[in-house]
Design a protein around this ligand. Structure first.
Ligand code: CMC
Length: 392
């Protein structure tokens, strides 16, 4: 019989070489193209990070301007796509809408689906980065029964997204620069994370030669799960359910109980066995944003901080090296900005799109890549003869 390395969950299998993102899980280190995430979060901005991930180097002023102009030119979606959105149930979860709409983009933009053409690949990459905030904002607007808001290209990337989400035709809406900066930072922190489940899904789909829109739709579907990107929604819902600091021990006990499926959402990571560096930045951001918005005594933030403190001192979490991850504090910021929990994972998806598309491009440019095709250990019935119905 064939003998294969058995590695469910791919805990020790490298499926590719990559020059995009580096993680040292023991140190809690994350680098995009060599640059530490803390420095980028402090000094860079999302579109610059997009350029860095896509092309490998930080852009000079002229390259940045050119990139911004190109992305901005593609922020609108085809008008016909509005009808596509309208086909969904009016209260659809925005992630459900996004999986469908992004998959359908290959029908609307088939002039950038020929992956053998480098120019089409490039246009597809730009289109994805440019249109994803529009798609996410439209999914949101549709879910709350409000009219779609067209992109406003005089705003920066994050500000434009907030405008498309929160502007309404009957009122003036001015994007708060504090919120747009915080949103930009959230986007940077989520931009890429090497071969996580959704990125691997995008690569696997891409390895068959599928078009980029189909690949990204597959990534969005994978991200939705609560063990992955869906954890941000699940985490805030958990913090709300805990409600007050005095109830924390009850939930800690449940998380430790092997007979209870409950897990502390926003805790633990396959690779980080130390602080998730993104969580550190996110925690500072949460404090800053709530402060600047004048939100004091936020009960959810209090519960989060106390929960983190108790868990970090608890033998169970210490011995298993379970630390807060990126999803632990992001929901608190997004909630303060006015987003419902159903928008948390779409925001993760739109931010991660540049990572997915950079990885997809890298894969297509790598001549050693083959179609992804894991093997199995067969544990079913041995060969046997067909049995006619009366004899079963
Ligand atoms: N609460 C309680 N126990 C936990 C948790 C948790 N959040 N996470 C892991 N454990 C325990 C788990 O029960 C297991 O115990 P044992 O060895 O006794 O069976 C041990 O720790 C190892 O867990 P695992 O599930 O084998 O680890 P994994 O690497 O397969 O899973 C994870 C990683 C992120 C899926 C998991 O930690 C988890 O479910 N966390 C909660 C969901 C979450 O926050 N996900 C977001 C991840 S970061 C952002 C992203 O990827 O989108």
């Amino acid at each position: 019989a064939d003998v294969f390395t058995y590695d469910p969950g791919f805990t020790s299998t490298a499926a590719t070489d990559s020059a995009i993102t580096y993680i040292d899980g023991d140190k809690g280190e994350l680098l995009y193209r060599g640059y530490p995430i803390e420095q980028l979060a402090d000094k860079s901005h999302y579109l610059e990070v997009c350029y860095l991930l896509l092309y490998g180097e930080l852009p000079n002023a002229q390259e940045m301007e050119q990139f911004e102009t190109t992305v901005t030119r593609h922020t609108m979606v085809h008008e016909q796509m509005h009808y596509f959105f309208r086909g969904f149930r009016r209260d659809a979860h925005p992630m459900a809408t996004m999986v469908g709409v992004v998959g359908a983009m290959s029908a609307f933009y088939h002039d950038s689906t020929d992956i053998s053409d480098p120019w089409q690949r490039e246009v597809a990459a730009i289109r994805m980065v440019a249109k994803m905030p529009t798609v996410a904002a439209m999914a949101y607007k549709y879910s709350i029964g409000q009219p779609f808001v067209y992109p406003k290209n005089s705003l920066d990337y994050a500000g434009n997204f907030l405008h498309m989400c929160f502007a309404v035709p009957c009122e003036d809406y001015v994007v708060d620069p504090i919120l747009s900066k915080a949103m930009d930072r959230i986007m940077m922190l989520h931009a890429d994370h090497e071969q996580n489940a959704s990125t691997s899904t995008v690569r696997l789909a891409g390895s068959s030669g599928a078009n980029p829109f189909a690949c990204i739709a597959a990534g969005i579907a994978c991200l939705w799960g609560p063990a992955h990107g869906g954890a941000n929604q699940a985490c805030l819902e958990m913090l709300r359910e805990i409600g007050t600091v005095d109830r924390i021990p009850e939930f800690i006990a449940r998380a430790k109980d092997k007979n209870d499926p409950f897990r502390l959402m926003g805790f633990g990571h396959r690779v980080y066995k130390n602080f998730d560096p993104r969580a550190k930045v996110m925690k500072e951001s949460a404090d800053e944003v709530l402060d600047l918005l004048g939100i004091h005594n936020n009960e959810t933030l209090k519960v989060a901080k106390e929960l983190e403190k108790i868990a970090l001192e608890d033998e169970y979490f210490v011995s298993k090296k379970l630390y807060p991850n990126v999803d632990f504090y992001s929901g608190i910021i997004l909630e303060a900005m006015g987003f419902p929990t159903s928008m948390f994972t779409p925001i993760f998806a739109l931010s991660r799109t540049v990572g997915w598309i950079s990885q997809w491009k890298e894969m297509l440019g790598d001549p050693t890549q083959k179609i992804g095709r894991p093997r199995q250990r067969y544990i079913g019935a041995p060969a046997r003869d067909y049995v006619e119905v009366p004899n079963r």
